[in-house]
Design a protein around this ligand. Structure first.
Ligand SMILES: Cc1cc2nc3c(=O)[nH]c(=O)nc-3n(C[C@H](O)[C@H](O)[C@H](O)COP(=O)(O)O)c2cc1C
Length: 344
């Protein structure tokens, strides 16, 4: 019997879907969610997800192989819908028999959900998980073939939507969570919050910030130190400086890099103005900028000029801990909260 029976009961659907012990996903984090962290999460009973980010198909191929060498447990791959080689990346996942593909960064392009589910290129069929920003889109994504959904609030680290996790959960869970698998993300730092979302009908949860500084994470020590020092209010959302250039806000710890992003937006807006780039290329330039800035901070350790993407739960990240201990702490808190409510 599970050490956390009440949590296990509420997580049963989500855990069965992922083939994991607990329905706790570590959301993909570009550069950080690579073989070491992903395998550690899956080995600890959670569900790890490789962040493909801007990787080429060959790099993704190598990363999946390397992750497989470190865990016999299932793990997923997160693909960004805007990636120019999206369909090749889907084929790489299929050729490895990756069981779950998460499509992030926008509405899935035509044919992508079908390609993943069909196991294109003679590979294995996989389950598709999509991000749902509204109830209407959640229903549409399910009709289009998504097997599960993630709803992510603006408390989260990285690219964010405009609505908080608590409001998204109230709007979406009561309507669809009985029939559909919905995982809640954004701002979760402790197990009491997990208990709340499970009671509302979530099949499980996804966390990023809480896992970014795990012992097994390859994030640079300076990046981790910045997390340990930060409080919730330091994790701010980027602002759009030019109304003609819609950029998805990014939540990160405030530093010089935050200001540099405003300058980058002005530079790209000028390129749009003088017609030297189209909107799609302008948006791709912004995304490439973020990928480079995050690498600079997370891998190179330049915490002044790079991007310290972090969610508001960063204040609850105070020290480096092995993934097993983080998961045990979250489940312990969740179980205690469920127990208190049952006893009341
Ligand atoms: C450093 C960092 C990088 C991230 N990179 C990605 C990414 O490449 N793709 C993606 O879908 N989400 C990305 N995210 C979001 C996480 O997958 C996850 O959904 C989010 O962190 C959950 O909210 P939390 O930070 O409040 O726990 C990133 C988050 C962080 C903190």
């Amino acid at each position: 019997m599970s050490q956390f029976p009440k949590s296990a009961a509420l997580m049963a659907r989500g855990a069965a879907f992922f083939g994991s012990e607990h329905a706790i996903l570590c959301g993909a984090m570009s550069w950080v969610s690579e073989r070491n962290l992903v395998s550690a999460i899956s080995n600890a009973g959670g569900f790890g997800v490789i962040a493909c980010g801007a990787m080429t198909p060959a790099l993704l191929d190598a990363e999946i192989t390397a992750t497989r060498a470190l865990t016999a447990k299932p793990f997923g791959v997160n693909l960004i819908t805007m990636h120019p080689d999206l369909f090749e990346l889907i084929a790489v996942c299929a050729s490895h028999g990756v069981s779950h593909v998460v499509l992030a960064g926008g509405i899935p392009p035509k044919g992508s959900v079908e390609a993943i589910k069909a196991g294109d290129n003679g590979g294995a069929e996989a389950k598709v998980i999509c991000f749902a920003p509204t109830l209407a889109l959640a229903k549409k994504l399910l009709r289009s073939g998504a097997d599960a959904l993630v709803i992510e609030g603006m408390e989260a680290g990285g690219h964010i939507g405009p609505v908080s996790t608590s409001v998204l959960a109230q709007e979406i869970l009561p309507s669809i969570a009985e029939d559909a698998l919905v995982f809640v993300a954004g701002g979760i730092g402790r197990g009491e919050a997990i208990a709340g979302y499970l009671e509302m009908g979530a099949a499980g949860v996804q966390l990023g910030t809480r896992f970014a500084c795990a012992t097994e994470s390859i994030a640079h020590p300076a990046f981790k130190k910045a997390f340990f020092r930060a409080s919730a209010r330091d994790a701010t959302a980027s602002v759009q400086v030019d109304p003609r250039l819609p950029v998805i806000p990014v939540r990160a710890l405030k530093n010089k890099g935050t200001e540099a992003f405003s300058a980058k937006q002005i530079e790209v807006a000028r390129l749009l103005d003088d017609g030297s780039v189209e909107m799609l290329e302008a948006q791709l330039q912004i995304e490439r900028y973020w990928a480079g800035a995050l690498r600079r901070a997370a891998i190179d350790g330049d915490v002044e000029n790079g991007s310290l993407m972090a969610g508001q739960s960063v204040g609850m990240v105070t020290k480096e801990e092995p993934v097993t201990e983080i998961i045990a702490a979250l489940l312990g808190e969740c179980e205690a909260a469920l127990g208190r409510r049952a006893a009341a």
